[in-house]
Write a protein that binds this ligand. Structure first.
Ligand code: FES
Length: 113
């Protein structure tokens, strides 16, 4: 594991989406209402359009390209079902948000069979 500082935790707010570039990878941090911050690959699993400008209302994230919808709590797709955003490990240490972009659950981004 190789966690990289992304930003100060004080810059994150519940219900918001923060796009970041970490070790050359575009990621988004979603802090869903009532949940904890989570880091996802910014590439939409549909056609890899960036989700950095996707609309997030604190619960769901809309891809700006074709309207796929994702659950902000776990990155799973709601419309269509069976897909998921690639998630990276995130931790808070020393007041910093840290993400390990070398670790990703590739299987989570595949559709259910
Ligand atoms: S690229 Fe996201 S819905 Fe098509």
């Amino acid at each position: 594991m190789a966690y990289t500082d992304v930003c100060k935790k004080s810059l994150l707010f519940e219900g918001e989406r923060v796009p970041c570039l970490v070790d050359g990878k575009e990621i988004i941090i979603l802090w869903p209402d009532g949940g904890e911050p989570r880091a996802y690959d910014a590439a939409c699993p549909h056609e890899k359009v960036s989700l950095a400008r996707g609309d997030f209302n604190g619960r769901i994230l809309h891809c700006p390209a074709h309207g796929w919808v994702f659950n902000g709590r776990d990155g799973s797709s709601l419309q269509p079902c069976g897909w998921a955003l690639k998630e990276y490990p995130l931790r808070i240490a020393g007041g910093m948000v840290q993400v390990d972009v070398a670790q990703v659950d590739v299987a989570a981004a595949q559709p259910d069979n």
